[in-house]
Design a protein around this ligand. Structure first.
Ligand code: EAX
Length: 342
């Protein structure tokens, strides 16, 4: 009997020694155990107004893939194309300000209503060509335009591209501004565009993007203006017969984040977002630039009649009076600071 007691005491003492030796416990989160601090997953929503195959959504997808890869899946961005989260870009930007959506890729069209300095880039014939565009938007002027967005609770990450805008209509072939007189043309909700088209003698009808296809189909408006990739990917060839390569405005497409959401990211993640957005920019811009001729052939095959030989100086002259108004509004020096970038 005595022997049994001795053995029981010995076992108890050994167990006591082991328990106090700090041998690893099975920790559980609520006890804040010894496991490394778990890195919480971040889920973000990115929204565009164009189909998945369009360069806004393609750029957003590439950005999302790179961020997921570079954070080992910790940050996941879902892309919602085609206006799934809002009927137009103005509505998406409002949702971005409120933190309802996290990332926007779209034109600068309505941005002037949130950050007035952005109206500058929508001035007709401001940009000479793509090289000029890249020099301005990837330089100090572009950076200032993105920084200005913070006053509107928006965080501009980089300038991506919509492209040079062209006129389409369902009524008649258009080569000169004279041919366009009297047409009802849908424009973006942007005062610079409205002024420019009014000056030309066109009846501009501002409208959110989601309503445009239906308005063209029911002949509520005769035409609209957008870059070739939008015309093709949004199937405007189904409701527009004539395309005139006016290239009257270069339309940037910044990738923008909700400032609220941006401020929840670590400095390291913020730097990664900026670096990745800037890295995607040339790739995304080239989706339109390198495929425009191919897309034009596709539009012709779909039945569009394309006027390629447009005398742009006639269109620029016809919009000149608007230019004077913009110079008063923005300051001639501001406009010249962009036009003079070599
Ligand atoms: O999806 O509203 C417009 O015309 C803009 O170019 C928009 O980005 C097209």
């Amino acid at each position: 009997m005595r022997k049994l007691v001795v053995i029981a005491v010995a076992i108890f003492l050994v167990a006591l020694v082991v328990a106090c030796s700090g041998a690893p416990k099975q920790s559980s989160p609520q006890q804040g155990g010894t496991t490394a601090k778990s890195e919480a997953k971040i889920q973000l929503k990115a929204a565009t107004m164009t189909p998945m195959e369009h360069m806004y959504s393609q750029g957003a997808k590439r950005f999302a893939d790179l961020i997921k890869e570079r954070t080992n899946g910790r940050i996941q961005i879902s892309v919602y194309p085609d206006g799934q989260l809002g009927k137009g870009e103005r509505e998406l930007l409002e949702a971005l300000q409120q933190g309802i959506i996290d990332i926007y890729v779209g034109s600068t069209g309505p941005i002037g209503g949130f950050s007035p300095s952005m109206l500058l880039v929508d001035i007709p014939f401001l940009f000479r060509d793509y090289q000029h565009v890249d020099k301005v938007l990837d330089g100090p002027i572009g950076k200032q335009l993105l920084d200005d967005l913070e006053k509107a609770n928006l965080k501009g990450l980089a300038f991506w591209e919509n492209g040079f805008r062209n006129l389409t209509n369902s009524k008649r072939p258009v080569k000169t501004p004279e041919d366009a007189k009297g047409l009802k043309i849908r424009t973006m909700e942007n005062p610079v565009h409205l002024t420019a088209w009014k000056t030309l003698g066109v009846n501009p009808v501002p409208m959110p993007w989601a309503e445009v296809y239906g308005a063209l189909q029911q002949r509520v408006v005769d035409g609209q203006e957008n870059p070739v990739p939008v015309i093709l990917n949004s199937k405007l060839y189904e409701v527009q017969k004539y395309l005139t390569m006016t290239q009257h405005v270069y339309s940037p497409a910044p990738i923008i984040m909700s400032l609220k959401k941006w401020q929840t990211l670590s400095k390291e993640d913020q730097d990664l977002f900026i670096k990745t957005a800037q890295e995607v920019a040339p790739w995304q811009r080239n989706l339109g630039r390198q495929n425009e001729q191919k897309m034009l052939s596709e539009l012709e095959a779909k039945g569009m009649q394309i006027e390629r030989n447009v005398d742009k100086s006639l269109w620029q002259k016809a919009m000149q009076p608007a230019f004077e108004e913009f110079a008063k509004q923005f300051g001639k020096d501001k406009i010249e600071s962009i036009m003079n970038v070599k």
